[in-house]
Write a protein that binds this ligand. Structure first.
Ligand code: PLP
Length: 380
């Protein structure tokens, strides 16, 4: 695959290596967004059926991206915290149970579990990596597997760690959770779109994804998948659109106990969002065309030399078998001064993220190998 710079609108003099923070927008997505904003000037042209049609398309596209057999298992959400809250509300947890989280998870997949643990008398167990870097990813995965027991009610974690790109073996984790009747809830925000994922393969109970990072969508819209175990659950809020027969605008006050099929009950109110929905449809369509496999291969191609060189400079980067290629954590050796490096990167207009003594670098198809040459130069 070739770079796709021309499809984005990034300034020429900047090197943006921070998609894990927020993706730049495809020109085609901006165009649809602008058109969609203008549309509200003529509300007479927005018909009752428009409240439903694009929502359905978005759910279908997301289902394709994650290889979910039925798009009715998906829902439109405004944020990851919202999507996880729906899953947490409907996960069976009783007194004495354990909720397993991975160390330093993003807060949207932590706070809700703290609340649930407190309400139900359950405890939270956090699985840490080794402090030693040797075999860190392998050991971390083993620690997670070893921690799952008959006391585990749910494992709530990511596929790729948001801070350093560590890759978790969800297939093995799913198997162990199944053997112990535990739920598996995935935050896919830092992987879906850029890293291959198949619902059919992993079979999680739920998968929740923010849209504005690797799905290349706008801010404040995301997507979730809820397996059939959630089909009869209680959503965290109640909106008219998710109820049975909501298409019939003349009879909305014939209040309905029944919901639309499957996971539709978990979509946020006003999920027909006439601006954000078509934008996210377009970006997911582009990702389906590129494929997450293609994106991984491309990111590997443009980063591999830099990864090797950084390792020879004494930087620690997770071993290749236990990390993704679109999101790298670089832990600096003592002889590299972080403050100096930050200044140099800023002077050269190179954007990355910093966490403690580590740098997070997250490229996409708008980057080229020369971006990494420039990044590497700042270390030397
Ligand atoms: C792993 C992960 N989950 C979720 C989010 C965003 O969560 P929310 O949509 O609740 O703001 C981020 C943002 O950085 C993230 O990295």
């Amino acid at each position: 695959m070739q770079h796709q710079k021309h499809l984005f609108d990034l300034p020429k003099n900047s090197t943006y290596l921070n998609c894990a923070y927020m993706s730049p927008q495809l020109k085609s997505v901006t165009e649809i967004g602008l058109k969609s904003v203008s549309r509200k000037a003529r509300p007479n042209e927005i018909l009752p059926e428009d409240f439903f049609a694009e929502r359905e398309i978005l759910k279908q596209r997301f289902a394709t991206l994650i290889s979910a057999p039925d798009h009715h298992n998906t829902a439109i959400i405004p944020s990851v915290s919202y999507g996880i809250a729906n899953a947490a509300r409907n996960t069976p947890i009783k007194k004495g149970d354990e909720i397993l989280l991975v160390d330093e998870q993003f807060p949207s997949n932590v706070y809700i579990w703290q609340e649930v643990a407190q309400q139900k008398g359950a405890s939270i167990k956090i699985i840490k990596p080794l402090t030693n870097f040797e075999q860190r990813g392998k050991q971390w995965n083993e620690n997670i597997l070893n921690a799952i027991s008959e006391k585990t009610a749910v494992v709530a974690m990511a596929h790729v760690h948001w801070a350093d790109g560590s890759l978790f073996d969800l297939k093995a984790i799913r198997q162990k959770t199944k053997n112990n009747n535990a739920f598996l809830i995935i935050d896919g925000t830092q992987s879906i779109g850029a890293f291959p994922f198949s619902i059919q393969d992993i079979q999680p109970d739920a998968l929740v994804c923010g849209g504005y990072k690797w799905m290349l969508g706008p801010y404040a819209i995301g997507m979730a998948y809820y397996s059939d175990v959630f089909n009869n659950g209680t959503p965290i809020e109640h909106n008219w659109m998710n109820r049975h027969n909501s298409e019939d605008f003349n009879n909305l006050t014939q209040y309905e106990d029944r919901y639309q099929p499957k996971a539709a009950r978990y979509s946020v109110g006003e999920s027909s969002n006439f601006v954000l929905t078509p934008m996210l449809i377009r970006s997911i369509e582009q990702l389906i065309e590129w494929t997450p496999v293609g994106i991984q291969e491309y990111c590997q191609k443009i980063t591999q030399n830099t990864v090797n060189q950084l390792r020879s400079l004494g930087c620690l980067i997770e071993d290749d078998a236990h990390r993704a290629h679109h999101l790298l954590g670089i832990y600096l050796p003592d002889q590299i001064n972080l403050e100096q490096l930050k200044t140099r990167l800023k002077e050269k207009n190179i954007t990355v993220s910093f966490r403690g003594n580590a740098i997070r670098v997250s490229p996409h198809l708008y980057n080229i190998e020369e971006d990494f040459d420039l990044f590497l130069e700042q270390f030397k």
